[in-house]
Ligand binder design. Structure first.
Ligand SMILES: Cc1cc2nc3c(=O)[nH]c(=O)nc-3n(C[C@H](O)[C@H](O)[C@H](O)COP(=O)(O)O)c2cc1C
Length: 211
């Protein structure tokens, strides 16, 4: 068990958000398996309040890039607070998103706040954002374990994603996952991760629950 947990951590610590992708195609079965893994996520009352919409179509990707860059230009030039821009500065991100056309696969993630049963009755979903976030974590981990890179992209606001991915207005765009191999010259920001002590704590007596 210790070995398995260490192997998993060793693999996951090499995951990085990539912003320079190769246009090399990726195996369809890897994407399908990663989506199946995402679908195993826990969810409030097991209502599985997520939808993943996939595109590999250059025309769809190009429209998506145009709309995302429009929103991002507005964000970087007007909407973002100085504090937010300062937090983003070390990452070197800007309103240009060429990877949206270069990367082979884009996955639009949507959360469903409710659903209708066969009789047309509306049923509320519980913790849809938390549940969809957990499914995305599994998806990103599965893709990384398979050797593919991702970027978690949140163009803000994301409403235009419903049109592009042909999803109903009742679903809320959650994030856009960019998937592919990193470009040969890909570089990532030199960021630090918190140490275990910085982001965890223990409370109460140490008991034999931990051997
Ligand atoms: C909810 C969320 C939204 C994000 N949105 C963006 C984004 O819109 N554009 C971007 O370049 N990176 C985005 N990122 C990626 C983060 O910048 C990145 O995860 C962080 O800098 C840590 O780097 P790492 O993923 O390589 O460990 C987002 C990440 C998360 C979890």
């Amino acid at each position: 068990m210790v070995d398995a947990s260490a192997k998993f951590y060793t693999a996951m610590r090499t995951r990085r958000s990539v912003r320079h992708f190769s246009n090399q195609p990726v195996p369809e079965q890897v994407i399908r398996n990663a989506l199946l893994a995402a679908g195993t996520a826990p969810s409030g009352a097991n209502l599985q309040p997520w939808h993943f919409a996939i595109t590999t179509d250059p025309e769809v990707k190009s429209r998506l890039r145009a709309l995302a860059e429009e929103e991002e230009r507005n964000f970087y030039n007007h909407r973002a607070s100085d504090e937010w821009l300062q937090a983003l500065a070390p990452l070197g991100t800007d309103a240009d998103k060429p990877f949206l056309e270069v990367a082979p696969v884009l996955i639009g993630v949507f959360q469903q706040k409710f659903h209708f049963d066969a009789a047309g009755n509306k049923h509320k979903h519980y913790y849809p954002a938390e549940s969809t976030g957990l499914a995305c974590g599994l998806l990103i981990s599965a893709l990384h374990q398979s050797g593919l890179a991702t970027l978690t992209h949140t163009p803000s606001p994301m409403k235009f994603m419903n049109d592009i991915f042909q999803r109903p207005k009742t679903e809320k765009a959650f994030l856009l996952l960019v998937v592919g191999y990193p470009a040969a010259n890909c570089r990532v920001p030199d960021i630090k991760r918190k140490s275990l002590d910085e982001f965890t704590s223990t409370v109460g007596a140490v008991t034999p629950a931990l051997s």
